[in-house]
Design a protein around this ligand. Structure first.
Ligand SMILES: NC(=O)c1ccc[n+]([C@@H]2O[C@H](COP(=O)([O-])OP(=O)(O)OC[C@H]3O[C@@H](n4cnc5c(N)ncnc54)[C@H](OP(=O)(O)O)[C@@H]3O)[C@@H](O)[C@H]2O)c1
Length: 227
C-alpha cells in the first residue's frame, strides 16, 4: 500500500485567480456542465478535504449529487459518498454545518496535537478528531488517511489549503477551471497564497488536457515530485 493517497486538487477560479469575491453570497464560478463533471470526479474518490474557512464561508455538503453515481459506488462496495475531511486549528466550526450533518459517511477533523483536546471538546460529538503533528503536518494527515483506507483524496479548497498541499509537493493531479470573468477585488481570496512552490519556473508541470466546458475551460496538470 502507498504511504499516502493519490491527491487530486480541484479548483475553480476567476481569470484573475480569485476563488471567491468579498461578498457573503457564494460566487458561482463554474457552470452546470462543469458541476456535473466535478460530481463525477468526486464519485471516484475515497475522501474529500476542504479547509475550515470553506466550511464557514460556503457551508458545503460535499456529497456525490447524482443518485446513479451513488448507486454505482454502492455496487462497488463503497459508501455512497466519500469520507469528508477538514483541517482546523481553532476548532471553531458549527456542529450544525452541513459538512457534519449531511451524508451518512465518516467525517474526519484533523488538527495539531496541541489543539486536539480543545477541538475534540468542540467537535467530538459530530466527528472523529485526530491530532496530526505540532504544527499540523500535511504528510501526517495523508499517512493517517492512508491507514484508514483512503487511496484517492480530492482537495477542494480554499486557498490556504491549496497552498499547503502544493507547497508540500503532495499534489499528484491539478484540475483548474477558469471562469470567464475577473473579480478585481484586492481582498478576494486567491487560488493560492505566496509560498515556495516546488511547481515553480524550474519545474514546469505537464499539461495533460485543456478542455472547453461551455463558457469555462478546464486545465489538467500533472505536477512533478519525488515521492
Ligand atoms: N473556487 C473554488 O474552487 C473554491 C473552493 C473552496 C473554497 N473556496 C473559497 O475559498 C475561501 C476560503 O479559503 P481560505 O484560504 O480562506 O480558507 P481554507 O483553505 O478553506 O481554510 C483555512 C482554514 O483551515 C484550517 N487550516 C488550514 N491549514 C491548517 C493547518 N496547517 N493546520 C490547522 N488548520 C489548518 C484553519 O482553520 P481554523 O481557522 O479553524 O483554525 C484555516 O483558517 C472561501 O471564500 C471559499 O468560498 C473556493
Amino acid at each position: 500500500m502507498r504511504s499516502r493517497p493519490h491527491v487530486l486538487l480541484s479548483v475553480a477560479a476567476s481569470l484573475d485567480g480569485c476563488l471567491d469575491d468579498t461578498s457573503t453570497d457564494r460566487l458561482l464560478l463554474s457552470n452546470d456542465e462543469d458541476f456535473d463533471r466535478v460530481d463525477e470526479v468526486r464519485a471516484g474518490m475515497d475522501a474529500i478535504l476542504v479547509g475550515a474557512n470553506t466550511i464557514r464561508a460556503d457551508d458545503p455538503r460535499l456529497l456525490v449529487c447524482s443518485e446513479a453515481r451513488r448507486q454505482r459506488r454502492i455496487r462497488a462496495g463503497l459508501p455512497p459518498t466519500p469520507v469528508k475531511v477538514t483541517l482546523t486549528e481553532s476548532g471553531k466550526l458549527d456542529p450544525a454545518a452541513r459538512f457534519f450533518t449531511t451524508g451518512d459517511n465518516d467525517k474526519l477533523v484533523y488538527t495539531s496535537t496541541s489543539a486536539l483536546a480543545t477541538v475534540r471538546d468542540r467537535l467530538g460529538s459530530v466527528s472523529a478528531v485526530i491530532g496530526a503533528g505540532d504544527p499540523l503536518d500535511v504528510r501526517a494527515v495523508l499517512a493517517d488517511l492512508a491507514e484508514r483506507g483512503v487511496e484517492r483524496l480530492m482537495v477542494e479548497g480554499g486557498g490556504t489549503v491549496h497552498t499547503m498541499f502544493l507547497a508540500a509537493g503532495v499534489v499528484d493531479e491539478l484540475h483548474l477551471v477558469y471562469a470567464p470573468f475577473f473579480v478585481g477585488q484586492a481582498d478576494a481570496p486567491r487560488m493560492v497564497n505566496p509560498a515556495v512552490f516546488p511547481q515553480g519556473p524550474g519545474q514546469r508541470m505537464t499539461l495533460t488536457e485543456a478542455r472547453q466546458i461551455g463558457d469555462v475551460v478546464l486545465l489538467r496538470y500533472l505536477p512533478r515530485h519525488d515521492d
